[in-house]
Write a protein that binds this ligand. Structure first.
Ligand SMILES: Cc1cc2nc3c(=O)[nH]c(=O)nc-3n(C[C@H](O)[C@H](O)[C@H](O)COP(=O)(O)OP(=O)(O)OC[C@H]3O[C@@H](n4cnc5c(N)ncnc54)[C@H](O)[C@@H]3O)c2cc1C
Length: 515
């Protein structure tokens, strides 16, 4: 059963004793975890609108449905839910079965001024699925639209419905020997439509990183009609309709289907980790590897704090995790070439022995991390991440300056030092995408305000360092003020006009992307 307030499934959540044990590692936290409220006890405000009888069978107004669709899965969402702060849950949650249902729901909303918030897996960490305005609102949950509808094995592409979650997608591709290999950390509980609407980043860390790279064609239901792009491998015909809707985060319409590129399942795999005396040495080695024409499937650099936290190293070194894979040819020689480059830049490779233990520790810690975050949140710790990208010439400076700025903010807000760790999750020939984790002791009842102040400092630091406000977490409502500062004005004006043309009643996800 899915957790209504936290990450993943209820059975995987950290139990009370484990929460207390985890919190023991961070001085200054309370002795007991926040209890998990039952949605039935939340006293949610009564729904302000009701769908017409023809749509009622698709809709729910139960406390469990409304509470579980009130927020995404950011730290501040989890904490607010634990503190029973749900003043503005959706008035109605709808589960359309197909595009026709979706269209009928949007028509009703546009006619009655109800805001529509598309909901895929609900894993947004930027306030993307949480409406903050005054209107009644509908959470449009696409989870019933979860089928791969066509498999073109000749061109190796699939037509898939937007509500399909990561595991259901891969399950439907497996019998064909195919895979998409787009693995965001949230893979298990995020959807194809959500990936497309937020320009998600998968953890195959070079070459095909963003979902953009997989798109052949999109079908989008806007309040003004359906937009379906021509399905071709590439096109130079004017501005791309697919690029226009990618990252639109539900403000222009609902992505209902997509044709996406897939590939043969890999059978050859090789991985190894390399340790470095400093993060700067690791960055130099990483740059050499991604500029060499080798394209590792995994190429991630953990700083000393991150490596220690995930168990990948205990001696203060930074660790580069490298992996190659192919469906068609052995990859050992590519791994050797990358390890050689790392060695030339001061790296010490781990002994090659089957599944490298640093690689294995990092991977299991990575998948377990969201559950640990929730356990720590129940103990009133502050645990959150943010991410960015910049060019290589500024990477080292960015790392230092963001860490210093966030460290100062943590000390100011909490009165004590926190842990600020970094990993580079994606690497391009022209720059890395650093991902920061902040862990600090919060004060019970003030956790969200404390985090918001730290996050504000982080965003200002990214802006000051000319790094993007987000590499793959999207803009949503939380990043909108900083996104607006980075977005060119003529482009903002064009987007505003486009939204007015496609969504004249202004009902589609108001507030997101600053629209
Ligand atoms: C623990 C954790 C780890 C994460 N790791 C990653 C990661 O590795 N990479 C990454 O990119 N992101 C990551 N995220 C963020 C999040 O998972 C992504 O933004 C993801 O793409 C959202 O997909 P979703 O289906 O959950 O979308 P939702 O959260 O349901 O929606 C996200 C936004 O897209 C809109 N939307 C959803 N579906 C549609 C649709 N069909 N049509 C139009 N608009 C739509 C929503 O209205 C909302 O604005 C992580 C989040 C968490 C909590």
């Amino acid at each position: 059963m899915r957790s209504w307030w936290g990450w993943g499934t209820v059975d995987q959540a950290i139990n009370d004793a484990e929460c207390v044990r985890l919190a023991g590692q961070l001085p200054g936290l309370p002795d007991t975890p926040l209890p998990v409220p039952d949605p039935a006890d939340l006293n949610l405000p009564a729904p302000r609108t009701h769908p017409p009888a023809s749509l009622a069978p698709l809709c729910s107004i139960t406390a469990a449905d409304r509470a579980s669709h009130a927020y995404g899965k950011a730290y501040r969402d989890v904490v607010r839910a634990l503190h029973r702060q749900l003043p503005n849950p959706p008035d109605v949650v709808a589960y359309p079965r197909d595009e026709r249902d979706t269209e009928a729901l949007i028509d009703w909303a546009a006619d009655t001024g109800v805001a529509v918030v598309p909901y895929g897996g609900g894993s947004s960490v930027v306030g993307g699925v949480e409406y903050r305005g005054e209107r009644p609102w509908l959470s449009l949950d696409l989870s019933a639209m979860d089928q791969v509808l066509d498999v073109d094995t000749t061109s190796r592409a699939i037509r898939v419905q937007a509500g399909t979650l990561g595991p259901a997608l891969e399950d439907q591709l497996r019998p064909h020997g195919l895979t998409m290999r787009h693995f965001p950390q949230s893979f298990e509980f995020s959807s194809v439509g959500g990936w497309l609407a937020t320009r998600a980043g998968g953890h195959y860390a070079t070459l095909h990183t963003h979902i953009d790279d997989f798109v052949e064609s999109l079908r989008v239901l806007t309040p003004s009609g359906v937009s379906e792009s021509l399905r071709v491998p590439a096109s130079g015909a004017g501005p791309s309709p697919d690029r226009f809707f990618l990252g639109s985060e539900g403000i222009l319409g609902v992505i209902t289907e997509a044709w996406l590129r897939v590939r043969d399942r890999p059978v050859h795999k090789a991985s190894r980790s390399v340790s470095f005396p400093s993060f700067a040495d690791g960055l130099t080695a990483m740059r050499a590897i991604v500029q060499s024409g080798l394209y590792p499937a995994n190429c991630r650099l953990l700083d000393a704090g991150e490596a220690a936290l995930s168990g990948a190293s205990t001696d203060g070194s930074s660790v580069l995790v490298l992996g190659f894979e192919s469906a068609h040819y052995p990859v050992a020689s590519q791994l050797d070439a990358a390890v050689d480059l790392a060695r030339q830049h001061g790296g010490t490779p781990a002994e090659p022995s089957g599944e490298d233990s640093a690689v294995g520790s990092w991977r299991s810690a990575f998948l377990r991390m969201p559950y640990l975050r929730d356990g720590l949140a129940r103990m009133s710790a502050i645990v959150e991440t943010f991410e960015t990208a910049c060019t290589w010439d500024r990477a080292e400076e960015l790392y230092k300056s963001v860490r210093d700025d966030v460290d100062a903010a943590v000390r100011r807000v909490t009165g004590s030092p926190g842990m600020i760790n970094c990993r580079v999750t994606h690497a391009y020939p022209d720059g890395p995408a650093p991902y920061f984790t902040v862990i600090a002791a919060g004060r019970r009842g003030s956790e969200v305000a404390m985090w918001d102040e730290i996050k504000q400092a982080a965003n200002e630091s990214l802006l000051g360092n000319r790094a993007t406000i987000t590499h793959h977490h999207a803009v949503g409502r939380d990043h909108a003020p900083w996104y607006e500062k980075q977005r060119p004005d003529p482009f903002a004006a064009a987007l505003r006009h486009a939204k007015a043309a496609l969504d004249p009643a202004g009902v589609m996800n108001p507030g997101v992307l600053g629209m």
